[in-house]
Design a protein around this ligand. Structure first.
Ligand SMILES: NC(=O)c1ccc[n+]([C@@H]2O[C@H](COP(=O)([O-])OP(=O)(O)OC[C@H]3O[C@@H](n4cnc5c(N)ncnc54)[C@H](O)[C@@H]3O)[C@@H](O)[C@H]2O)c1
Length: 250
């Protein structure tokens, strides 16, 4: 029997990177997985291959979220696990370099998407309970000078998570809400960024040097934490921040 056998799980931004690894692991452990992504073809291909569903979805759009929630209700009748995974750092830079428009772009992708996701997740889960898992970052705990908007948005995800967790607990909903805080993870996008850099090996070495464990994480390292929070093994955890960072924040 799988660790999330029979659960209905939705992963936003699930066509690539950490979201893809989480979708694959949840499916391998018995969940029916709904993969949503702005990359419609990628979501459809992965959702089908996992025996679940793939949906085109812009997680920054409330209307888009409503359509996804309606589809989940019609097809499955409930949702047990929601992974609010969509996020990313660009455009970013320090406070002197970036504009208010850049900042709003990052906030929409990283924080608004999680706010709407939590709102609809609670709506879908409040009768039967469930687990909401929000992707923050080590930069939601420790600020990065070169990532003003990213740090602000990921700090926001951290406290939004706790607020929703408290609300659900006090309302007696049996919905657990936790955040995940990865260090630097070697996704395809990260590898491409390093490869494009004029000093790739130095950049990689400087990233590794910030992680006391001596290496960078793989998407599967974060997927394992997501699986744990999705499963009933973590039934006593809510509002917590699960750090997977090789010691970055120590
Ligand atoms: N990779 C890291 O080093 C790292 C570290 C800490 C935190 N994180 C966080 O983990 C999460 C996943 O990061 P990743 O590196 O795997 O990302 P990624 O860029 O590899 O994949 C992101 C996926 O989200 C999709 N996407 C982007 N915008 C979307 C939107 N508006 N609506 C729907 N889908 C959209 C993309 O098409 C892609 O499939 C993010 O929240 C990120 O901030 C990543």
């Amino acid at each position: 029997m799988g660790r999330v056998e029979g659960k209905i799980a939705l992963v936003t931004g699930g066509a690539d990177g950490i979201g893809e690894a989480a979708a694959r692991l949840l499916a391998a452990e018995g969940a029916t997985v709904i993969v949503t992504d702005i990359n419609a073809a990628g979501a459809a291909a992965l959702g089908d291959s996992l025996g679940g569903l793939g949906l085109a979805h812009d997680a920054t759009s409330e209307e888009g979220w409503r359509q996804v929630a309606d589809t989940v209700r019609d097809r499955f009748g409930r949702l047990d696990v929601l992974v609010n995974n969509v996020g990313g750092g660009l455009p970013d830079g320090n406070i002197e370099q970036r504009t208010l428009d850049d900042y709003h772009t990052v906030m929409r992708r990283n924080l608004d998407s999680v706010f709407i996701g939590c709102k609809l997740g609670v709506e879908l889960m409040k009768d039967a309970g469930g687990s909401i898992i929000n992707l923050s970052s080590v930069h939601g705990i420790r600020a990065a000078p070169h990532e003003a908007g990213y740090s602000a948005s990921k700090g926001g995800v951290r406290l939004l998570t706790k607020s929703v967790a408290l609300h659900c607990a006090r309302a007696g909903y049996r919905i657990r809400v936790n955040s995940v805080h990865p260090g630097y993870i070697l996704t395809g996008r990260m590898k491409a960024w390093v490869a494009r850099s004029h000093n790739g090996p130095d950049l990689l070495a400087s990233l590794v040097a910030q992680h006391p464990i001596g290496f960078l994480g793989e998407p599967e390292d974060v997927a394992g934490a997501i699986l744990y929070l999705a499963s009933d093994e973590s039934r006593f955890m809510t509002g917590s921040e699960l750090v997977i960072d090789g010691g970055f924040t120590l």
